[in-house]
Design a protein around this ligand. Sequence first.
Ligand code: HDE
Length: 686
Amino acid sequence: MTRSSNDNGNGETHQQSGGDVPDLTTAQGIPVSDNQNTLRPGPRGPALLEDFVMREKIFHFDHERIPERVVHARGYGLHGHFELYETLSDLSAADIFQRPGEKTPVFVRFSTVAGNKGSADLARDVRGFAVKFYTQDGNWDLVGNNIPVFFIQDAIKFPDLIHAAKPEPDRGFPQAQTAHDNFWDFMSLMPESMHMAMWIMSDRTIPRSFRFMEGFGVHTFRLVNAEGQSHYVKFHWKPKQGLQSVLWDEAVKVNGADPDFHRRDMWNAIEAGDYPEWELGIQVFDDEFADNFEFDVLDPTKIIPEEQVPVRIIGKMTLNRLVDNFFAETEQVAFCTQNIVPGIDFTNDPLLQGRNFSYLDTQTKRLGGPNFTHIPINAPKCPFHNFQQDGHMAMHNPKGRANYEPNSWGGAQGGPRETPRRGFRSYPEQVQGEKRRLRPESFADHYSQARQFYLSQTEVEQAHIADALVFELSKVKTVAIRERMVSHLPNIDEDLAKKVCEGLGLAKMPQAAEPAHPVNRNLSVSDKLSILKNAPDSFKGRKIGLLLSDGADDALIEALMSAAKAEGAMVEVVAPRVGGVTTAGGKAIEADEKIDGAPSVLYDAVAVIVSAEGAEKLAAIPQARQFLSDAYAHYKFIALGGEPDALARAGGLPEGGDGGILALGGTDAGAFVAQCRALRFWDRAS
Ligand code: HDE
């Protein structure tokens, strides 16, 4: 029996076209009568080559994939705008920096670096923080990271760095991880990477959310004003939400429970109207500062501490719109460091100079030709005119005769003309020297700022750095590589070196690596480098996991829900069944998650409101026990309401609790949420 297009075989009928439902057609617009069956002679005959409907459909499907980015393959894109607070006309002629209050549309893509497109969100990795500003003078791309320094000083080392970080080529693993021999072999042979090594071993590489991390332009750029005067500048993004990271044990578990943890977080926040915001800050300095600074401002492995050059806040970016189509926007967006506008300029940072080649080159391959600027997400939103033409998929095809310049056709017919008044001019920096392959002497100090970073952390954060190094190097099979890496640590901090040496069980402390430049052991601590010293003072935008059972107290639930709402926090209901629970008052509350799918690592704090019988039943479920034992182990605030004793005991909570465990009486919900503002009960760690 043959099956008609409108019968799926179960007797159900598909929706037919007509009214608001458009007719299905081929890409050529030919209406399709049957989208279920291939054309064949007789019901059991071979497929006919003539079937252009089937062939076109499968042909197109076969070509759906484009190469993923060679780095930063996994990303999440969002729309928003940038609003300028104050004019910068004294410093920069950039159109975007002229008129306070003016909003410029932006597209942002957050990403991990090493993992492929399908890897998990909470890999220990740098996060990309790329912003495309659609300014009235063309697109400006600030292609930054969530860490202000980089691994290497010269772009020529980038392929080596990335090869070493990616899966090893013979075995094809590990995916999205730096915990392997090749990576640490390379790092330990590159002392210039030691400052970055401290950052990537810190909790910066396991952010709780894209919303709770900083962004940095990394390189020193130039701002150039209308008079042609130049100042150096470093760009910073400061999240209004504050900084927050997860623990490594959480990261490992989150990756299993929800590999999309970061993109889901962003989706949920924007869907809820809780739009994340970052302020744009600039560190501005001149040649005199640059000449006197302890390090070379062109060296991308160095920061300028905010205590030395304060960050001046100049505007705010708000992300408030999800993409309509992930492929069209997030996948096809092409950020490029060479996209710069009049009033901003490059410096000779050797990494930046190399990047200016790489991005355009890789995008031409990834997006299939030179016309990727015609794709809506990449096209400028201001008028643009030039004599570029043809090529694959050309979408902007100017009319008329003139496709060259100069021409004598005149007027509109002659096409666009150069504009010395508005046009981009490079800052006329004096450059001279011998043509050689050289690394400047001024780039030679590799340890002093690594030490400064380490010493600027709280004790908890320092412990995390040591633990992360021990974890990563424990995955390195070659002892000589472990030892070589540890040999750099005494140049950073003796105590750190000792902890890692002991943690690895090395027979003896390796001899310290010989620094190419004496280590400055007296750089001042910079509080801005710590996450915990810059923690938020609100629980806004965070999430409570509320575990309920049948017979739970209605008033307690209600009180917790409204306290969370008042703070701007979210509550997700977790229950033994997704159908939910029936409260003591007989009210049905649907669950957002069944307990098996909602471990407490997905939440910033947890609350349990249960009846005595419900607590007994939950105590028998391993995931319910872990919900509490993990929350406790991860220093989370825990609220216990109703009659939770059986579950609290089974979950291993200490008899009598601790300062981070709150018994939820009638009026305590507000106090609990207020306590949660500290994000974690770190006292439990000591
Ligand atoms: Fe990138 N980088 N990078 N990078 N990078 C790419 O461009 C490169 C560097 C950064 O969401 C690639 O279109 C070189 C520093 C982000 O689409 C590629 C060097 C910083 C993104 C490339 C660097 C970054 C990329 C891969 C050393 C922080 C993702 C796909 C000289 C300031 C943008 C692509 C997005 C992507 C090259 C170093 C940030 C291959 C050669 C330093 C956020 O062109």
